[in-house]
Design a protein around this ligand. Structure first.
Ligand code: CUA
Length: 323
């Protein structure tokens, strides 16, 4: 096995992140050399030669001050714009990304595919396709870290965080927990398996053909009797959920909120937090009645109720140009 200074570049942003890092290292190394050389040079050139020698005072130099202000300003602006551009691309998942749901707990990673497959400490994904992770924790803060993808994102209890990547090389890559989370933190790792699309399809169709995430969510929706109030014809005591996902929702306090994963999760666990305009705060909390995995299934179910697929696709097509 050969010695590697860096993990393989296995995602679409790995190379960019590395180039930015090398640039920052090069700037730091360059100025380290310049500063130490200057210290050495001045220490010798301007050493005190006799006990009563007085140096000639200087009273500033405008050109010198301009030079040492403008050069660092330019350099830091290069770092800022370059870093921000990589950061924004690394933060914004494409609309067509494959959704994967992650629930972390001491000390394991539980992952769910929309098709219903569940994995623990393993994730199988296709090569060349963007994958978006929606993540939460059942207990403490964990952090989802895949060095080969140059991606690391904290996983926080009580809210969703997201990350995304496009794997560009089939293979098996380390997954780590990068946030100290208790006794077995060091053992909280696993593997990402990046597969050729046809192998991925075969993997998906293999194993136990369970219900999809949305179907499980529908079952949960029925078991919890949500439909008693959330009637699909809009006559219920609670808002109709058809076509809700991704839409802007008007709230009783006059503000507007986008119906994303975080909003739906909050509405299930803390229904009184955001009341939809025109409705009474009559919904009980489901905190403690639904697991984090159950909440994710319910979200997939709500997603499956709309919005109409045509609108979603148009948005997806428009996105690359607008980015
Ligand atoms: Cu989970 Cu460290």
């Amino acid at each position: 096995m050969s010695f590697r200074l860096f993990p393989v570049e296995a995602s679409s942003i790995s190379a960019e992140v590395d180039q930015l890092l090398f640039f920052l290292l090069a700037v730091a190394a360059f100025f380290t050399v310049v500063i130490f050389a200057a210290i050495l040079f001045f220490a010798i050139r301007y050493r005190r030669r006799s006990d009563n020698e007085l140096p000639r005072p200087i009273h500033g130099s405008i050109p010198l001050e301009i030079v040492w202000s403008v050069i660092p300003f330019g350099l830091s602006m290069v770092m800022f714009t370059w870093g921000a551009s990589v950061f924004f691309r690394e933060r914004r998942p494409p609309d067509n990304a494959l959704p994967i749901y992650v629930v972390a707990k001491q000390w394991m990673w539980k992952l769910q595919h929309p098709e219903g497959q569940r994995e623990i400490n393993e994730l199988h994904i296709p090569v060349g396709r963007p994958v978006k992770l929606t993540m939460t924790s059942e207990d403490v803060i964990h952090s989802f870290f895949v060095p080969a993808f140059r991606t690391k994102q904290d996983v926080v209890p009580g809210r969703y965080t997201t990350t995304w990547f496009t794997a560009i090389k089939p293979g098996k890559y380390h997954l780590f927990c990068a946030e100290y989370c208790g006794n077995n933190h060091s053992g909280m790792g696993g593997w990402i398996y990046v597969m050729e699309p046809q192998d991925y399809e075969a993997w998906l169709s293999g194993g136990t053909p369970g219900a999809t995430l949305a179907e499980n969510g529908q079952k949960l929706f029925e078991n919890l009797a949500c439909a008693n109030c959330h009637k699909s014809d809009g006559t219920g005591r609670c808002p109709d959920l058809t076509g809700l996902f991704g839409k802007d929702v008007k709230l009783a306090d006059g503000s507007t909120v986008k119906a994303d994963e975080g909003y739906i999760r909050e509405s299930i666990l803390r229904p009184e937090a955001k009341i939809v305009a025109g409705y009474q705060p009559s919904m009980p909390t489901f905190q403690g009645l639904v697991t984090e995995e159950g909440v994710l299934q319910l979200i997939e179910y709500v997603k499956s109720l709309g919005p109409n697929p045509g609108a979603g696709q148009a948005e997806g097509l428009a996105a690359p140009g607008s980015r």
